[in-house]
Design a protein around this ligand. Structure first.
Ligand SMILES: [Zn+2]
Ligand SMILES: [Zn+2]
Length: 359
């Protein structure tokens, strides 16, 4: 079974849990969902899965290719300890991949997608990058050096990804000791928050112990409620625009920047670095969430288009092997375009007012 087919099996679980979270939120009068934001996040996840099909999970292919050359003494996939060690060490590699994803703009350009939602709920978890495949694999090559077989590392990666799903919720409070050992809803809320005290904290995927070890742990403070999103607001529901935002902004800034050193620094320094010392305006933590007005029919058409895309993407993930690369590539382009259009359906609305947020 391919990784994409495993994801297909997970889809009903994802949606059942989203339904439960929505219901709990409504009952508690603390609903964290907005229609367009959720559709945008899930569409971004669908696009990410389609792109993975097209690049045939490049990172895994590179690992498998490098493995025979790098593995000094290959480990056996039959030993239980090898699996346990792989899950723990993959998580350590993920910590550094994730930390670089926030502190080096070239990597942030790919990872920012996961953070652009101004809501925090299970649909945010599905908000995955479509360009992470370019460089992410670099961080996992040390596992090949240590001798971990590709199939073991592939499964460890999938476990790491699927584990992180449930922590994207505001409906689960603090969990005591669990918050200090494992990545949890409370400490991952901090990771997604743009509050001064919370920026660049809590990178751990399964274990938050890495953050405690490397000095990036921050506990959630009830007196400093989390505000979500990125500091350069996306203000767009399109998964295509979401994926291109940081690349586009940096290329524009590169053209306006003098000196090769400065141009390159725009990519290898942190996202807050600019060659011209911009007079940074104070970040407004009380920003109003992006919510352009959409009429009832617009919302209905967008929702119907979203559902059709979901069915098409699920079928593609399941039948990708039989369909062949060309069909998958054409379908990815077509579906990417459809998702771009339906998430912008509200643009035809006559007003552009923003709704005040309720939490
Ligand atoms: Zn992150
Ligand atoms: Zn997250």
């Amino acid at each position: 079974m391919t990784e994409s087919q495993v994801i297909v099996f997970a889809v009903p679980v994802f949606f059942a849990m989203i339904g439960m979270e929505l219901l709990v939120g409504i009952v508690r009068n603390n609903n964290t969902y907005r229609l367009y934001d959720a559709m945008s996040s899930i569409s971004t996840g669908m696009l990410s899965q389609l792109v993975n099909l097209c690049v045939k999970t490049l990172g895994f292919a590179i690992y498998a290719m490098a493995y025979p050359y790098l593995a000094v003494s290959p480990l056996s996939a039959d030993a239980l300890w090898v699996w346990v060690a792989a899950i723990v060490l993959y998580d350590l590699a993920y910590y550094w991949n994730h930390r670089a994803g926030h502190r080096i703009t070239l990597f942030w350009a790919a990872h920012a997608v996961h953070h652009q939602s101004e809501d925090y709920n299970l649909s945010t978890a599905l908000r995955q990058t479509s360009t992470g495949w370019m460089f992410g694999w670099i961080f996992y090559l040390p596992l090949a050096l240590l001798g971990f077989p590709p199939e073991v590392v592939g499964v460890a990666g999938l476990i790491n990804l699927l584990y992180q799903y449930w922590v994207h919720t505001e409906q689960v409070g603090k969990l005591g000791w669990f918050d200090r050992v494992f990545c949890s809803p409370s400490n991952h809320r901090v990771h997604h928050a743009v509050n001064d005290a919370y920026l660049d904290k809590n990178y751990g995927g399964i274990l938050i112990l890495w953050d405690r070890l490397f000095g990036t742990f921050q506990e959630e403070d009830d007196n400093d409620p989390c505000r979500y999103g990125t500091r350069s607001h996306l203000h767009n529901w399109s998964p295509l625009v979401a994926n291109l935002q940081v690349y586009r902004d940096r290329f524009v800034e590169m053209r306006a920047t003098r000196g090769l050193g400065n141009k390159l620094a725009l990519w290898w320094k942190g996202p807050e670095w600019h060659a011209q010392s911009k007079p940074e305006s104070q970040f407004d933590i009380d920003f109003i969430k992006y919510e352009p007005e959409a009429t009832g029919p617009q919302r209905a058409v967008a929702t119907a288009s979203f559902m059709l895309c979901l069915i098409a993407v699920t079928a593609l993930l399941w039948y990708a092997e039989q369909l062949g690369t060309v069909v998958v590539l054409v379908a990815t382009l077509a579906l990417g375009l459809i998702m771009h259009v339906f998430t912008r359906w509200h643009a035809y609305s006559s007003t552009t007012s923003v709704a005040t947020q309720d939490h």
